[in-house]
Design a protein around this ligand. Structure first.
Ligand code: NAP
Length: 235
């Protein structure tokens, strides 16, 4: 049985991915900064802190063995006019969304190289394809994740490791609903449904299904790809 680590696995998209991989037969460890107390597959880790990742992974490896699947779903958003973003705020978004991916990939890579097989899926954002006003820090971080994905795919392919990114469109999660409640979306989720060709909001399970495929053995010839899951927006 393979072991998968999902960051941001306590909420929204990461939670759905963790559940899907578990039902597909993986051992799953969900890393999050606030894991559910009653979930024995949950591990506390802050992806911006390499020591906390190492500590969580130590416990995961002891219980579940080497980690050969990694999904990076932990993330924070940010909405502010560019002139008003102070540098600490800019750094915080980049630190979680980009540096967090750097730290977790570096931490699990030795297991994948040793196994001669691995799957990495990075959850970026459709906003990195289109650009998004008032989200320049967020979009910059997610664009960098797409670039990292492409570079690592080339570098790690010879080691049997694929690296892909899934940039979601509007997905109905606590993050999206928080933004809606704060009137940051430029309309309600319902308004966005009317602007979406398939006329519905995305579900976390839509992202989970795509990740499950990219992680499967069948997807071994797919690497370095940015696979949009967005109902036809921002493609
Ligand atoms: P969510 O419901 O807020 O889930 C994100 C999870 O990541 C939360 O549990 C959060 O913990 C955790 N997290 C944040 N910072 C962390 C850190 N430093 N270390 C460890 N865990 C951390 O959001 P979501 O909508 O599922 O988003 C998942 C991913 O999809 C994110 O990368 C997001 O940018 C991306 N995305 C989402 C959408 C969408 O429409 N929902 C669209 C495009 C991209 P806290 O709750 O404690 O912050």
């Amino acid at each position: 049985m393979k072991t998968a680590v999902v960051t941001g696995g306590a909420s929204g998209i990461g939670l759905a991915i963790a559940q899907r991989l578990r039902s597909d037969g993986f051992h799953v460890a969900a890393l999050d900064r606030n894991p559910a107390a009653d979930d024995d597959s949950a591990y506390r880790a802050d992806v911006t802190d390499p020591d906390s990742i190492a500590e969580a992974l130590g416990a995961v490896r002891e219980k579940l063995g080497p980690v050969t699947v990694l999904v990076n779903a932990a993330g924070v958003d940010g909405f502010k006019r560019f002139q008003n973003i102070d540098f600490a705020e800019w750094q915080r978004v980049i630190e979680v969304n980009l540096h967090g991916v750097f730290h977790t990939i570096q931490a699990v890579l030795p297991d994948m190289i040793e196994a001669g097989w691995g799957r990495i899926v990075n959850i970026s954002s459709s906003s990195a394809q289109s650009g998004q006003p008032f989200m320049s820090h967020y979009v910059s971080s997610k664009s960098a994740v797409n670039g990292l994905t492409k570079s690592l795919a080339l570098e790690l392919g010879p080691s049997g490791i694929t690296v892909n990114a899934v940039p979601p469109g509007f997905i109905d999660t606590p993050m999206l609903r928080r933004s809606e409640a704060r009137r940051l979306l430029g309309g309600t989720v319902e308004d966005h449904i009317q602007r979406t060709p398939v006329r519905r909001v995305g579900k976390p399970e839509d992202i989970a299904a795509t990740c499950a495929f990219l992680i499967s053995d069948e997807a071994g010839y797919i690497t370095g790809q940015i696979i949009g899951v967005n109902g036809g927006r921002n493609t």
